[in-house]
Write a protein that binds this ligand. Sequence first.
Ligand SMILES: NC(=O)c1ccc[n+]([C@@H]2O[C@H](COP(=O)([O-])OP(=O)(O)OC[C@H]3O[C@@H](n4cnc5c(N)ncnc54)[C@H](OP(=O)(O)O)[C@@H]3O)[C@@H](O)[C@H]2O)c1
Length: 303
Amino acid sequence: MPTGGARIRVTHFSVDPGMRSRLSGDSYAAALPLGETIESAGVGRVIESENPKLPVDATVTGGFGWREEFVTDGKGVMALDPALFSGKVTTTAAIGVLGVPGLTAYFGLLDLGKPKAGDVLLVSSAAGPVGATAGQLAKLLGLTVIGIAGSPTKCAYLKEIGFDHAINYRDGDLSKALRAAAPEGVDIYFDNVGGEMLDRAIAAMKPHGRIVISGQVAEYNAEKPIGIRNVTRFITHRLTMAGLVVYDYRKQFPGAMAALAEHIQAGRLSYREDISAGIETAPEAFIGLFKSENFGRRLIAVV
Ligand SMILES: NC(=O)c1ccc[n+]([C@@H]2O[C@H](COP(=O)([O-])OP(=O)(O)OC[C@H]3O[C@@H](n4cnc5c(N)ncnc54)[C@H](OP(=O)(O)O)[C@@H]3O)[C@@H](O)[C@H]2O)c1
């Protein structure tokens, strides 16, 4: 081990839809070269250390990747603050609701969505970690929240966590369901999906509506992406659309994490994790994200 180094035993790592674009090289980050460790967020325990900031037995987080154990010089590895990760906030929340998905919801909604009490928010892939957090935060701000998800079980969950309406996009005409849930239209569309669903949402927007592009999960595997077709409505309804890269808000992460943790401890914000056991399950668990198989933040427990 190098001087000042530490050995980390990974306990959990994430699988993320955004990794799909890294694999094919059409992400804002560089393409992952063949043979490289797949990147992802992880949580682990220090098992050997010459680094006073990473004492043995500390629980740590960072971009560990899909691996079981590694030696670090300490760069990019952070010990979790036990004051933040206690009670209802599990250590795995560091790579979930208090990690990239929760922060994407937080900054996408608050900064790009510009929510006001009384607004109507529509969110797609609403039962996923980004969508469910965005919807619950919007409810706390006094918005009416409509979630779109892919099964009756996921829709029932959305109602349980306080969404006003939940639409199963696999059951019936989505445009009709949107008109029924938001007869006056939608102020903010928080888009995790893209494709056909984005087109339908654009047609449901109110004048001066804001569209937050968080992700395009329906497009990541498409040979020919559908793209945006309903462009004229941007003119007639003075719509705006903005893309989000959560890392642009890096300096504001500690404040946002504290706010999210406070909501969780007070019972105002809940989160689901969908954990599969064994590093060998990671490829199937990752592919399952694109087949609607996950129900909550998908993590791999390294056993
Ligand atoms: N911009 C950023 O900085 C940033 C950071 C993190 C994540 N993101 C994006 O945020 C989005 C949500 O991420 P997440 O981590 O919370 O994952 P997630 O929503 O759980 O993503 C997987 C879910 O997407 C839905 N889905 C998959 N294929 C679909 C399709 N063809 N049509 C409609 N829905 C489909 C499925 O839910 P159903 O059962 O509802 O079909 C599936 O369970 C992703 O697009 C991700 O790339 C963006």
